[in-house]
Structure formats: C-alpha cells, structure tokens
Design a protein. Structure first.
Length: 249
C-alpha cells in the first residue's frame, strides 16, 4: 500500500549532520548484516548507518515521491508498508527512526515488524518523548502521539508463546527490551519553546541549524551525564528472544 506524505521537514533534517552522527553512534552497535528501515523517507539516515557490519539495506517507504529519492550502493528500495514484504523475509535489525508516531496502530505495527526479525535480531525505535510537548508542529507533520517511557515499554512485542497460536502458528515473535533511553536533553528546551512560545507548524532552516550546531553537541555530553534519563526523544531497542530456549516459557 502506498501513501502520500509531504515530508517538508525531511530535506532540512537530512542537513542535521551532528544529530545524524550522534544517533548513528547510539544505534550502530545494535545493527547487523541485514537492515530494514521502515518509513525511510528520502534516505537521510542511510549514509550515516549503512556501514560495516551492515551489508544489505532495505528502505521501505510508502510515499512514491520520497522513495524515488533514495539512493545508495547495496540499498534496495521497496515501495509500501510492511505488507509489501515477503512473509519469509528476515532482518538482523529493523529501524523506525521518527516513524512510529505517524502510525495509528503502533502496537500492531511492532508485532508485525517483530515477525520479520532474524533470530536474535533487534527492533530499534526512535520516537518523540513527552505528551505535554505535543505541539502544532507534531500535528502538522502527522504525529498521532508523543511517548512516555512506560508507553513505549508497553509496546514490547510479546509473541504468542509455545502452542499459543494453534496449528501452523501466527508468525508472532517475542522480544525483550534491552535499552530504553531518553536522548537529546538540550533539545528538550527547543521543543518546549516551540510548544509554549513559537507555535510553529513547520521547522525552519534556522531552527534546525541552531539545534544541530549548538544543542546537539551539548546533548552528546549531557545525555551520558544524565544517564540517558532526560531528553526530547526516546530510543528503544528490543531483541527477538522467542527462539531462545526457555525465552517464552
């Protein structure tokens, strides 16, 4: 199924190289040879993350205009949603980078994604934090929600357990939460300012530049000092475990 999405903010975010580099530093340890990026947009994350150990990258994007802009060696572009994939396809890592908040039924989406994980594969989600920061900008770019830590934890795909699906099984996979971090502590203040003062429906090039050049370097130092306990975004990493002995017992 294809979907149209204006994506006006995507070219601006692609220029946020400090943020992309910082995010890659956090995510890269959880990647493997095969990666699926859901909602890949125009491919802005690929140059920062498509590096060893990654060998094959599948960019899944439902908007045909956005998908047409994705390029890269070793990159396969698939137009559509998870339903466009072969049911048998498995990946070492599946990424949702600022995407899950756009999906109405996020719990069903992650259950479906977990079924495409290889044994021991990781499901990685970056999403906006704090419902109280929900702003005109969130609404304008199609966000259904911002998350709390508890809310994102509750989306952990549980799987069906041994024999729980009846004859033939349902393909549901169980995962264990490995990391749940808040990131970009300094960026929280920019989000609060937009919520209370600026009331912008779309970010400007100047806003993105100040955040990326000034606030992100502060966050790189501050996040660790705060032990990733405060920030404008949440980074969650789950590992598929239902194929491990006793994991679903």
């Amino acid at each position: 199924m294809t979907q149209r999405y204006s994506g006006q903010e995507l070219p601006l975010m692609a220029q946020a190289t400090n943020w992309k580099s910082y995010l890659a530093e956090l995510i890269r340890p959880y990647l493997g040879p095969t990666v699926l990026e859901v909602g890949a947009g125009i491919g802005g994350n690929i140059p920062h993350l498509h590096q060893p150990p990654v060998r094959d990258w599948t960019a899944l994007e439902p908007d045909p205009v956005q998908a047409a802009q994705i390029v890269g060696s070793g990159v396969r572009v698939v137009l559509g949603t998870l339903a466009a994939l072969d049911a048998a396809e498995r990946f070492d890592a599946i990424l949702y980078i600022d995407v899950l908040e756009h999906i109405a039924d996020d719990a069903a989406e992650l259950r479906q994604a977990a079924a495409h994980l290889a044994p021991g594969g990781r499901l990685i989600v970056l999403a906006p934090a704090h419902p109280y920061l929900f702003s005109r900008m969130d609404a304008a770019i199609g966000h259904h929600r911002r998350y709390t830590m508890a809310g994102l934890r509750a989306l952990t795909p549980r799987g069906c357990g041994p024999g729980g699906c009846g004859p033939g099984g349902c393909g549901s996979a169980g995962c264990r939460l490995e990391r749940l971090w808040q990131v970009d502590a300094a960026g929280w203040f920019a989000s609060l300012a937009n919520r209370l003062v600026l009331h912008r429906a779309q970010p400007t090039a100047g806003q993105i530049a100040v955040w990326d050049r000034v606030l992100v370097p502060i966050s790189r130092r501050l996040d660790r000092r705060l032990r990733f306990g405060f920030g404008k975004s949440i980074l969650a990493v789950w590992r598929r475990v239902d194929d491990e002995p006793g994991a679903m017992g």
